[in-house]
Design a protein around this ligand. Structure first.
Ligand SMILES: Nc1nc2c(ncn2[C@@H]2O[C@H](COP(=O)(O)OP(=O)(O)OP(=O)(O)O)[C@@H](O)[C@H]2O)c(=O)[nH]1
Ligand SMILES: [Mg+2]
Length: 391
């Protein structure tokens, strides 16, 4: 029965968010644009958006009853069959909204988990997502039962009692334990692989989703990892051994971040992010053409912090400069010349503009990192020409 809760995403969706105290309406609108992009990535068609100005979401129904009526009307007018809320809903909110709207209701976390589950390729990513999904479902089981009894026309399910819910809870707990065990096995292999690489300086690309990390990986390494105008194109870490001149190092591309990333997902992706954790240098890629890029920088920093990635050498790479006018370029270059005393570069991975400047800075930083290593004789650094002849 637990499998039945999967959502099919050929849907016509209405989006709902709250503009909180301290937020501008413009910000709330951009957040909802992101939710719209997420729902399209999931395969749904966003038709209308609703934002209500509130100090914080209402505990019983997230938005007020008047707004719910408006939404109900919009559902009828647009023949919508899905409503997506921009925040996590409590089980009782889900139940109440469900009753009022009589269509499928999901929250932002469920949407992100769905996208991750569709995109996961490797055994590790699949189990990581599965684990996060079960953890998400566990406290929400009673709400899910109400959903299911409706979806199936109620036959044989109406009045599902605590007993059935308890059985499901037990099943979920068993599955969670099983996933965790499987992950430990896979992670052990990963650890060995990473240890074998430890003689090289390691560089990891990190950043908000869709900023151009994979595109930059392809430009720098001449490899071909998936780059797409979709959120969360990359879920698995790719590592490439590279040479700038005769100097070897490892470059890795990994999963992007987003605001309000479900915390279970962050937890279960910890091992995927180990590559970033153990790297010597982070290239923090920023989409300079995104209206909320400052917010995104903060989300990335906070997420890195929350998984214990601190005190790293970070080069901030402001990407997509080809999309900016001259004034904005000058403003960003002036304002972000360095961040916390660490350098920034301004590039376009698409047009290759200033890629050489990035290589130059990266080369110097890698050389420095090799030199800092105790008791290591890096012969290739002796007569290393930082720029000429790199591959
Ligand atoms: N205009 C412009 N577009 C770019 C640039 N770099 C990347 N893009 C586009 O941005 C989109 C996202 O690129 P990706 O490289 O997949 O981004 P990512 O950060 O790896 O995204 P996820 O893996 O989804 O987190 C693609 O459509 C790229 O073509 C750039 O310098 N300029
Ligand atoms: Mg990517």
């Amino acid at each position: 029965m637990i499998e039945q809760t999967k959502i099919s995403f050929e849907e016509r969706a209405i989006l709902v968010g709250v503009c909180r105290q301290g937020q501008t309406f413009e910000q709330a609108k951009e957040y909802l644009d992101e939710l719209s992009f997420l729902s399209q990535t999931a395969g749904a068609k966003p038709l209308r958006s609703f934002i209500q100005k509130l100090d914080k979401p209402i505990s019983s129904t997230y938005v007020g009853s008047g707004k719910l009526e408006e939404i109900k009307l919009a559902i009828e007018e647009n023949d919508a069959n899905l409503v997506i809320f921009d925040d996590d809903l409590t089980p009782s909110q889900t139940r109440n909204i469900d009753k009022a709207l009589e269509v499928k209701v999901i929250d932002r976390s469920a949407l992100i988990l769905h996208i991750f589950s569709e995109r996961a390729q490797t055994a590790q990513a699949k189990i990581q997502v599965e684990l996060a999904q079960y953890q998400y479902m566990l406290p929400r089981l009673s709400g899910l039962w109400t959903h299911l009894s409706k979806q199936r026309g109620g036959i044989g399910l109406k009045g599902a009692g605590e007993k059935e819910i308890e059985t499901d809870r037990r099943i979920l707990r068993n599955r969670i334990a099983h996933c965790k065990k499987e992950l430990v096995k896979i992670e052990r292999q990963g650890e060995t692989r990473r240890k074998n690489r430890s003689s090289f300086v390691r560089v990891a690309l990190v950043g908000y989703t869709n900023v151009g990390k994979s595109t930059l990986m392809n430009v720098l390494s001449k490899s071909k990892v998936l780059e797409e105008n979709k959120l969360f194109a990359t879920l698995d870490t790719t590592v490439r051994k590279m040479n700038f001149g005769r100097m070897p190092f490892l470059l890795s591309d990994t999963v992007g971040f987003i605001r309000k990333l479900p915390h279970h997902l962050v937890e279960s992706f910890r091992s995927t992010l180990a590559e970033a954790q153990e790297s010597d240098i982070l290239l923090h890629v920023v989409d300079a053409a995104h209206p909320q890029f400052e917010d995104q920088i903060k989300v990335v920093k906070d997420t890195l912090d929350s998984i214990g990635i601190k005190d790293k050498m970070i080069i901030t790479v402001f990407n997509k400069f080809d999309l900016l006018d001259e004034d904005t370029k000058a403003y960003i270059q002036r304002s972000y010349h360095s961040i916390e005393n660490m350098p920034s570069v301004f590039i376009s991975a698409r047009t290759r503009w200033q890629i050489d400047a990035l290589r130059e800075l990266l080369t110097a930083t890698i050389v420095q990192k090799y030199k800092e290593r105790p008791n290591q004789n890096y012969f290739f650094l002796q007569d290393f020409e930082p720029i000429e002849g790199y591959e």
